[in-house]
Design a protein around this ligand. Structure first.
Ligand SMILES: Cc1cc2nc3c(=O)[nH]c(=O)nc-3n(C[C@H](O)[C@H](O)[C@H](O)COP(=O)(O)OP(=O)(O)OC[C@H]3O[C@@H](n4cnc5c(N)ncnc54)[C@H](O)[C@@H]3O)c2cc1C
Length: 548
């Protein structure tokens, strides 16, 4: 193919992704020096369109970034006023009292928010400071300099032919060059994955771990709505089949976020995370809450779970990984937004100092040090053994030992050192013949919904004429390897019904309905053959979440 000619624009800092990490970096850069040229590129049709969190927000990140956020009208309207934790059985529940929980698990002082709306508000703050924000611009490639350093990104390629080639209607996009490029793509970022591999940033670290989180917004009977209430559950329906649990957050306007996370290191390839979520809503406690209400939105997103020991090196020449591009979620707290914001602030401060010293495209080592030795490292280090304990010993022992470890870590020591995670999530999948299929009840259409109906509530859209953004390294593997060995789990682990096995006259065929994709990235993580690569479709495509 002939070399593609593109216009190039020069910036001080190019930021990929308008989530809490990227927007915090942009705001901090302009707070430090109003003359810096800062651009944020976002693949969603608008800022917030692809944002999916729980979300209970620990405001420490925002406090550090914009101390007068309240006066500036930040949409943190619902303080948490009640915190419940239940162990569920199929029909019953046991309340776990709050007092044995380590203080870090307490949600008082936190807010139930729509992170989509928080990001929309942060984008306004950034624009007021002079940041250029371009939604609908997917960054599809990295641009490297002569010495292998990251120099910029390619963004805004539109109208590729269905086979991925350039045609008469293709807009080739442009190159955006920066003294530094910040990758704040969130979990399993596609450019971040490339950078981690190219510079071997995970060398000497534990493997990254993930979960898949699914979430619905419900409008419920006002009589049952208790604004400010946070409920978490574990146990049924997953039992010993997988780690994970649910969250139920009562926000404003009689709305409730109902969500379910399944850890992706489950062994049984018959497990169907989406159906576990649907089944969960039939628990009497949840069914009673939702009865008479209606589901108004649905979405899904992977979540990083590897924590402290899995964070890759954060910098390479010209580039830094921010927020969940590097995996900064505190797993037992199910919180990463505060660390995403703090990492954006730290990266901006390091870049500002470097640019002031007339440096460019080198390693921002001060950022790495700030994250590891500062508030983020401290937050993640205290809870580093919770996830490995859960993977090794299951729910009940890990609750007891994880609780003990979080307590001792709060006091400054651990009896366990730093535990490893073992296998990655793809390799954790065992052969189907070793496991029993799971019989899931049919959704009733009132409390539980079939996957495709629910996907229509993610308002996702991909132009059918564009190439499939889900690439198979070997198109034969789904039918020849994954079917016989694993009963092709893509049919089940994808929360948007993208993958199907269709029986034709000639035998089974693997079909990718990429139009349904909600950009959760689970396929890139969980495919047992590691044969699927998620790449960015053209900008503006994907889900259009309202107030997720
Ligand atoms: C189900 C679930 C529940 C959660 N609950 C909570 C909670 O209650 N509290 C909490 O604090 N945290 C929670 N988290 C974690 C939290 O969502 C993450 O820690 C946080 O989103 C990380 O922020 P980020 O800015 O790094 O990435 P994101 O918020 O993922 O933002 C990344 C942005 O970059 C864009 N992008 C990605 N790639 C490209 C590209 N190549 N080109 C252009 N744009 C791109 C995306 O569209 C997105 O807008 C939850 C996560 C999940 C999945």
């Amino acid at each position: 193919m002939a070399e593609i000619e593109r216009e190039a624009m020069e910036y001080d800092v190019v930021i990929v992704g308008a989530g809490p990490a990227g927007l915090s970096a942009a705001i901090r850069l302009k707070q430090l020096d109003a003359d810096l040229n800062v651009v944020v590129l976002e693949k969603g049709s608008e800022v917030g369109a692809h944002i999916l969190s729980g979300a209970v927000l620990d405001p420490c990140g925002l406090d550090a970034l914009i101390p007068d956020w309240k006066e500036k009208g930040a949409p943190l309207n619902t303080p948490v006023n009640e915190d419940n934790f239940y162990m569920l059985g199929e029909a019953g529940k046991i309340r776990v009292p709050n007092f044995p929980m380590p203080p870090l698990m307490n949600n008082h002082g936190n807010y139930i928010v729509s992170m989509g709306n928080v990001c929309r508000w942060m984008a306004e703050q950034a624009e007021e400071l002079g940041v250029e924000i371009f939604p609908g611009m997917a960054c599809s490639e990295l641009v490297y300099g002569d010495n292998g350093e990251v120099k910029g990104v390619v963004a805004g390629v539109f109208g590729l032919e269905a086979d991925g080639s350039y045609g008469p209607n293709t807009e080739p996009g442009m190159e955006l060059h920066g003294k530094y490029v910040f990758l704040s793509e969130g979990v399993r970022g596609s450019l971040s994955k490339e950078v981690i591999a190219k510079y071997d940033l995970s060398a000497g670290k534990e493997v990254q771990k993930y979960g898949v989180g699914m979430k619905e917004i419900w409008e419920i009977d006002p009589a049952k709505h208790k604004e400010g209430t946070v409920t978490h559950t574990m146990g049924w329906p997953l039992g010993s089949n997988a780690g994970g649990g649910s969250f139920i957050y009562h926000l404003e306007n009689n709305q409730v976020y109902v969500g379910f996370v399944v850890h992706l290191n489950y062994k049984n390839p018959h497990l169907y995370p989406y159906m576990e979520f649907q089944r969960f809503k039939h628990h009497p406690m949840v069914a009673e809450l939702l009865k008479g209400g209606k589901r108004v939105a649905y979405g899904a997103r992977a979540i990083t779970e590897g924590g402290y020991q899995s964070m890759p090196k954060l910098v390479a020449p010209g580039v830094a990984l921010l927020g969940c591009s590097a995996g900064m979620v505190n797993v037992p707290r199910i919180k990463g937004n505060h660390n995403a914001m703090l990492s954006g602030k730290a990266a901006a401060e390091a870049a500002f100092d470097a640019i002031k010293a007339e440096r460019s495209r080198d390693e921002l080592t001060a950022y790495e040090t700030d994250v590891r030795d500062g508030a983020i490292g401290k937050d993640l280090k205290k809870v580093r053994n919770v996830k490995p304990m859960w993977s090794k010993w299951g729910l009940m022992p890990s609750l007891a030992l994880g609780g003990l470890d979080m307590w001792t870590n709060t006091l400054g020591f651990s009896l366990f050192g730093t535990l490893g995670h073992g296998k990655n999530d793809a390799d954790s999948t065992e052969e189907a013949s070793k496991h029993k299929p799971i019989d899931y009840p049919k959704p009733d259409g009132t409390l539980s919904f079939d996957r495709l109906t629910n996907v229509s509530f993610a308002m996702t859209n991909h132009e059918e004429s564009q190439p499939c953004h889900l690439h198979l390294a070997d198109p034969e593997i789904p039918v020849k390897v994954n079917m016989p060995k694993f009963d092709e789990p893509a049919q089940r682990y994808c929360p948007a019904g993208v993958y199907e096995i269709v029986e034709d006259e000639d035998g089974p065929r693997f079909v990718i309905n990429f139009q349904n994709c909600v950009h959760c990235k689970t396929c890139d993580i969980k495919d047992p053959s590691q044969n699927i690569t998620w790449t960015t479709p053209q900008g503006g495509d994907g889900p259009n979440y309202p107030n997720m």
